[in-house]
Design a protein around this ligand. Sequence first.
Ligand code: ADP
Ligand code: MG
Length: 232
Amino acid sequence: MTFQSVLAQARAEGRTLLNEVEAKELLREAGVPATAATLATSRDQAQSQADAMGYPVVLKVVSQDIAHKSDVGGVKLNLQDRAAVGEAFDAIMTSAKAAEPNARIAGVSVQQMAKQGTEVIVGMTTDPQFGPVLMFGLGGIMVEVLKDVSFRLVPLEAKDADQMISEIKGKPILDGVRGQPPSDLAALRNTILKVSEFVQKHPEVRELDLNPVFAYPDGALAVDARIVVSEA
Ligand code: ADP
Ligand code: MG
């Protein structure tokens, strides 16, 4: 999958939203650590992909009309076997269609269940005046309620990424509090820099969200990704 082929495909389908499978593959090729995900368009296919991947797995709805997958019952975590995958597939289809009757559903993404880490967010928006801007923050309520985020214009250097990480008020959480191990700040810096390179290389990218990225004592991993591209 090249960026241009994914872009062409999306535009041919009248989409500006790249799905999670497309976004993760492009980002992984660009050196951004993310869980590999495959698209399954049927229950059988989801099961055989899960068998091939190894358990536990995660299933998520893939739809250009659904921005927040959890809100529509579209995310099923920690599935332990083939039977659980089959049930999850059916449950996702039923609840997504009930919540969004007009949504076009391409299928589900199948990916490995990642071990829990400290949740952070790396995002990018396009400022009409300044162009691409990267955002970094802690995940969950920290970003939603407290707006504890930092911003830098693209392109970034290593020191910019380091500053983004150290500027947030929640930085002590990344340093490790109450016996929690510190997060791998070099891996977070690398993630930010690779995202910066990716959006710099592809001006068609208008928005990008890695929400969340799991920060580990050793490494980092994006478990959700969305990319919005400009209209043709
Ligand atoms: P959305 O943001 O569209 O609701 P996500 O893909 O972010 O859906 O999934 C919701 C939550 O499920 C994430 O915030 C994360 O905590 C968890 N999650 C998602 N994918 C994985 C995965 N591959 N491994 C472990 N946990 C995951
Ligand atoms: Mg998410």
